[in-house]
Design a protein around this ligand. Sequence first.
Ligand code: GLY
Ligand code: MN
Ligand code: MN
Length: 470
Amino acid sequence: MPNHAHHQRRRAEFLAAINTPVLLMAGGWISRNYPANWHPFRADSTFLFFFAEPEANAAALFDPKDQSVTLFLEERTQTDALWHGTVPSFAELKKAIGVTAVEKRSDLAKLVSKKLGKRKARTLGIPDQRATAEAIAITGNAVDFFDAAKVGDVDLLRTIAQLRNHRHPDELAEMRLAAAVTREAHTVAMARTRPGIYEQELVGHVEGTFARHGCVPAYNTILSVRGEVLHNHAHNNLLKESDLVLLDAGAERASGYCADVTRTWPANGRFSPEARDIYDIVLAAEKAAIAAVKPGVRYRDLHMLSARVMTDGLVQLGLMKGNPDELVATGAHAMFFPHGVGHLLGLDVHDMEAFGDLIGYGAGRKRSEQFGTAYLRLDLDLEPGMCFTIEPGIYFVPAILRDAKFRKQFKGLVDFARAERFLTMHSLRGFGGIRIEDDVLCTDTGCEVLSECVPKERLAIEALVGSAGA
Ligand code: GLY
Ligand code: MN
Ligand code: MN
């Protein structure tokens, strides 16, 4: 990619699947402080799915009646050529991209109205609110990107999800490349780790690696010795001898496809006995869930399986008490594993999460109301071509393990006194948390771990940490 033939096939599949016109917006630049100082442009993911390298402010009308795709682009001006360089003409792009027509963006409302006549078009809410407002004015659809119940017509969302959720070889190639860059970023961060440096220095190595390969972070990098804060975006801690570094970072390619990988390692290069025990439990849970992936398996069962394996390990360590199956049934495992085991992955790091549980959960399935499992973002039956993460973790979170309500609810099932020792170890800094996350493709017979190349065996990690020297 950019591979116009691939995207042309995707547009043809979409045209074959819809029975009314659809208007899609790419979105434009979002200003940082004054209007002309922009954040880097990133098109809406559904637009990126159908077009390689979309221009800012592009829009596209898909019309199944005549199987046409009309692309609307900003007019080429001398001022633009002066400040931003010359770009291909409409005629050149029409040929290269393989669309029916390329029209001026300023004519969007007029030409859509002319083409539709009395017919109505559907559209989607996208992160750029100005573009969404324009799409609402043209189509009359009351869409809202920030409300999953209103992001688009249910049938349209399902049609798009059906396409986006079954990856073609070109898309998988992109995801493998994103994983390879992510591997380099994680291993560089491991090699550069030593007590006495700040977390931010390692973030620089991670994001510098992405940039060297023309990638950007697919989401805000999580790099922290406070791994128990699940999405910790602060990077100002100094690494200490006893710290565990948790890195959750993934590269996004120019195509939009991304990786989402977590590794955890000791700052001084040697897992302590407690860290080794917890690490081995999390890794066993991760491997068990991955080994269970195949078509037809319900994703929620992978979540429960990893919860079961971790509960078993925590019982053996004396942190939980009782029969692991019964403990998982009560939800006691969420005292240490308070999130879902993963989510869809593709163009969005939580792919299509804006579309809500309508897409992430199968028909008739509802989120659990139990603490922990309520955060499970995915509950589909797996199909070949689906990509998702598997990311179990064990955390010692003061706000959970010291909560009076939970202490009462799970009295006798969780050894809170023993957990308290983990909360106060290392001069009250606490144990923190361990998460291991990989990106998995469901295949016809099982799975491929797209991020297999990122080391996760304890010995391999210990050999890497600090290996770059001072
Ligand atoms: N990187 C965010 C997540 O793993 O969900
Ligand atoms: Mn993830
Ligand atoms: Mn992650």
